[in-house]
Design a protein around this ligand. Structure first.
Ligand code: SAM
Length: 221
């Protein structure tokens, strides 16, 4: 798909600054959240990283997993270029294990099926309710029967002061990303119920940055 024709969400403009912004605002907390389960990943033949952005998580994954096939999806050409460059600088051999797909999940389907592991890091929070449901349905349909879903994202949870803090941060982020990336979402929707409906049961949950983010290990039994 040619991104110049794209009239919806588009992270191309913010892509070159995304990593710097993340580090300035959240220091290492987002990467800690993404990699919460990295040291004990399930054995997987085929992995899908969906809406994976600039490749920060990919390098960590490659160091902890010898999976032969990793499908890397994002709708932003600039994000994919950043991830590709990061990967080339890391290892030529590892590059052969990763296939990049410029794919808008609201319009297109997943590139393959029977994924044993899918990862959505700070991705599902960009959608409104309908697109969130559709995207989760597409990802779930591409998964094998016992697949693991690693989810990392922001949340509004905990004690009142934690909720107020989270609400304020998330509000600021949505205003910013609606302006720079035209994201659909106006508020954060918790996808837990939708994930459960597709059989992905919560096995483990870890919180970061005083409850502002959470990482979940979900699995189909
Ligand atoms: C908030 S960023 C998070 C990126 C990365 N997962 C991370 O943890 O930093 C959301 C990512 O989702 C991608 N994205 C947004 N809408 C998408 C869609 N409909 N299909 C595929 N990717 C999409 C964006 O291009 C962007 O890279």
């Amino acid at each position: 798909m040619d991104f110049f024709e794209y009239d919806g969400m588009n992270f191309n403009r913010v892509a070159p600054y995304f990593e710097r912004l993340e580090k300035i605002i959240f220091n290492k907390q987002m990467q800690r959240c993404r990699t919460a389960f990295i040291k004990r990943l399930p054995p997987a033949k085929k992995i899908a990283l969906v809406g994976e952005g600039n490749g920060l998580f990919l390098l960590e994954l490659l160091q902890h997993c010898d999976c032969e096939q990793i499908h890397y999806l994002d709708s932003s050409q600039t994000m994919l270029e950043l991830a590709r460059k990061r990967l080339e600088g890391f290892s030529k051999d590892a590059s052969r294990r990763v296939q990049f797909y410029c794919c808008d999940l609201t319009r297109e389907t997943m590139p393959d099926e029977n994924y044993d592991l899918v990862v959505t890091n700070f991705f599902l929070d960009v959608f409104d309710k309908q697109s969130l449901n559709d995207s989760i349905t597409k990802i779930a349909a591409s998964c094998s029967t016992n697949a693991v879903w690693l989810y990392a994202d922001f949340q509004i949870s905990g004690r009142i002061y934690q909720r107020i803090r989270a609400f304020a941060w998330i509000k600021i982020m949505y205003v910013f990303f609606r302006f720079v990336a035209q994201i659909q979402a106006q508020k954060l929707i918790d996808p837990s119920e939708m994930l459960e409906q597709h059989g992905f049961r919560l096995k483990e949950l870890v919180e970061f940055d005083r409850g502002l983010m959470r990482a979940e290990w979900r699995q189909r039994d």
